[in-house]
Design a protein around this ligand. Sequence first.
Ligand code: CTP
Length: 397
Amino acid sequence: MNTLTNKRVLLGVSGSIAAYKSPDIVRRLQDLGAEVRVVITSGGREFVSERSLQTISKNKVHDNLWDKDAELSMGHIELAKWADIVIIAPASANTIAKLCHGKADDLLSTVILATSATVMIAPSMNQQMYASLAMKENLQLLKSRNVIIIEPGFGEQACGDVGEGRLAEPIDIAQQAAELFLSNSLSGKKVLITIGGTIEAIDPVRFISNHSSGKMGMSLAHACIQAGAKTTLVVGSISIEVERRAETIFVTSASEMYDAVMNNITSQDLFISCAAVADYRPSKVSLNKIKKTSSIKSIQLIENKDILASVCKLKDKPICIGFAAETENLISNAKHKLKNKKCDAIILNDISNSEIGLKSDENEVHFISEKNSEKIDKNSKQIIAEIIINKIAKYFF
Ligand code: CTP
């Protein structure tokens, strides 16, 4: 059961006809245990009464950046610090554009700039406005800044149009907020994660490797630590900083990664195989640099051990989560890997799309287990990692 118990939610209500649903959003958030305060914009006030929001939230509704009394009690900085999460629902086109530009010309936009809390927005507007290029680019920009977009629904709109742009249902907004707080979901658990690419030497100078940056694995490491797990990393070739709160073992080749995993797998509760492990290595590593004039014109390869499959075969195996980096027949290839390697779930990502996957800061994946196949929409790798960890906690622990 998702919960918002002891969580402080600041609900921003901006100028969209769907603002009339905001008292229901407050209710749904409270049903999940949240304490809710509301900030309303001048546009929002046109569509819903402050009195309703005040009565339901049981708190004063905040609306004025320049209110001296409010600044003495709970001003914009206090509100920004108070919130564990800020949800703007409905988020109008104008409010979204203001967030993109970092404007601070009213209380809501100022609070957003001043908060370090997670920000979620639920867009709500006419379908043509939602489909506009400006809106698409604005939402993309906000996603790249880790703002979570609660996708609008499709259907008949207040203006009579039919299309995408209806505010998401209040209960779904509350549920999506609660999903972010499945923290401590791995409390007391031990997790081992492989991260990055492996390097297979040809001679002292050359090697075979791949484009893995390690971003997805490191995001998973952050998410596991946030969720309370004792986290160990086996790290190959990466181009990012290492999560300092984890115990880290650095390796170079697939064989070293195999040994590091096998030496540390006992007593782990969860194994996440995120590394891009080379399937093959040169059969001979030349001790000296191979000269251009040498007779060697091709490299003989031999197969590396499959680390994930080996862990899955262990008698007391931990929960095993693999990754499937695919360019074609995505779902069927991933299901094939799930079955062949006998792991508990596979995270599928489409590496043919340069906007997501290997070097990108964003990803879009499918979480595939024997029982479930769920798409996790495009988002920053950190948010994707948190959603993956929440799902693992929910399904396996
Ligand atoms: N994997 C592993 N050891 C290997 C190869 C892969 O542990 N020697 C793991 C990866 O970390 C990933 C999963 O297996 O979790 C799938 O890796 P992927 O490269 O997508 O698949 P392969 O099994 O290598 O198959 P193919 O390259 O044919 O797609």
